[in-house]
Design a protein around this ligand. Structure first.
Ligand code: FAD
Length: 291
């Protein structure tokens, strides 16, 4: 089913993001996680796409397996910069053939260690062009999600410019957006105001990253420009070598963050699970009375 329709039906949406594992063991472990999370009856789940198309087949196969062997609605992430339009259309046609109706249309990160990397001549330079390509060729078959950045995209000179380009994705036909992780809800609320002023009226679902490993989260946050509040950093630093303690603080923090978001009327919560269920289930159990 299309996520655009589901978002109209549910009071709040709950969704989970996975990445395609590299090994058979990783895949078995992912499907164990999926089974555990299926009990929550999420509105949808999504599977990421490796930079430049590096997980093309793996993403497709995991999406297909979730679609065929579980009760879940699944969305495939697709990044455009590593492909020609022809390749993108082939990937999309294949998704249509297997019955997938949800795509997260992304540009993807420019590879840092490939100086000779070039976006193909006949390709899409930005996500709005991918959204256009999908709408032109597949009309309303797909519900299309796009990425949004409450603290601004790292390449963007300022938030206003970033919102201007976000609006282009909406005008091209995006149905909803999922945000980059953030840890201070103020950024999200200010961002919603900016988007409203810019005439963006699609659901913007906050992306929630439960912290389970301090060093890893510091690296991710640095890469995507997400600010970790000082107070949280101090707490985590004290216990950084004890993963159990880090996870406990991470869960406590995420519960408070989600409670505040839900009390402020968000349309849904999208959890970056990193293919693990424990933290997400614990957070969900503590906030489900507000959903
Ligand atoms: P765009 O919306 O195209 O924006 C990219 C940059 O260009 C921004 O700075 C924007 O302001 C600017 N810009 C946009 N349009 C124009 C234009 N027409 N002219 C000039 N400048 C423009 N990455 C992956 O590789 N795989 C994934 O599965 C994946 N999933 C993600 C899921 C979510 C929810 C989020 C938030 C991000 C995800 N990413 C993923 C990361 C994403 O690919 C990167 O952040 C990438 O650098 C930007 O992608 P985008 O679709 O936001 O690009």
């Amino acid at each position: 089913m299309k996520i655009s329709e589901l978002l109209k039906q549910v009071n709040r949406s709950i969704s989970f993001e996975f990445f395609p594992p590299k090994t058979k063991e990783g895949e078995e472990s992912l499907f164990k996680t999926i089974k555990e999370l299926e009990h929550i009856k999420p509105t949808f789940v999504s599977v990421t796409y490796g930079a430049g198309g590096s997980t093309r087949d793996r993403t497709r196969n995991i999406v297909k397996k979730i679609h065929e062997t579980t009760s879940l609605t699944v969305m495939a992430h697709l990044t455009c910069i590593g492909h020609t339009k022809q390749q993108l259309l082939e990937i999309l046609q294949d998704y249509k053939n297997i019955g997938i109706q949800n795509i997260l249309a992304l540009r993807g990160d420019i590879p840092v260690n490939m100086e000779d990397f070039k976006i193909p001549e006949d390709g899409c330079k930005f996500a709005n062009e991918l959204v256009e390509l999908i709408r032109e060729n597949f009309k309303d078959w797909f519900s299309i999600g796009v990425a949004a950045y409450p603290e601004g995209h790292p390449e963007s000179p300022n938030l206003e410019r970033d919102v201007y380009y976000f609006k282009k994705k909406v005008d091209a036909g995006a149905d909803f957006a999922i945000t980059q992780m953030f840890f201070d809800n103020k950024y999200f609320y200010d961002y919603l105001e900016l988007c409203e002023k810019a005439g963006i009226n699609i659901p913007i679902i906050p992306g929630i990253m439960p912290i389970t490993n301090f060093k890893q989260i510091r690296k991710f946050a640095l890469m995507c420009g997400a600010t970790i509040p000082e107070e949280l950093v101090r707490k985590l630093e004290k216990v950084q070598d004890n993963n159990e303690e880090v996870e406990k603080i991470g869960i406590e923090f995420a519960v408070k963050q989600c409670e505040d978001l839900l009390k402020n009327g968000v349309k849904g919560l999208h959890f970056y699970t990193l293919n693990k269920s424990k933290a997400t289930i614990e957070i969900y159990n503590q906030i489900k009375h507000l959903i």
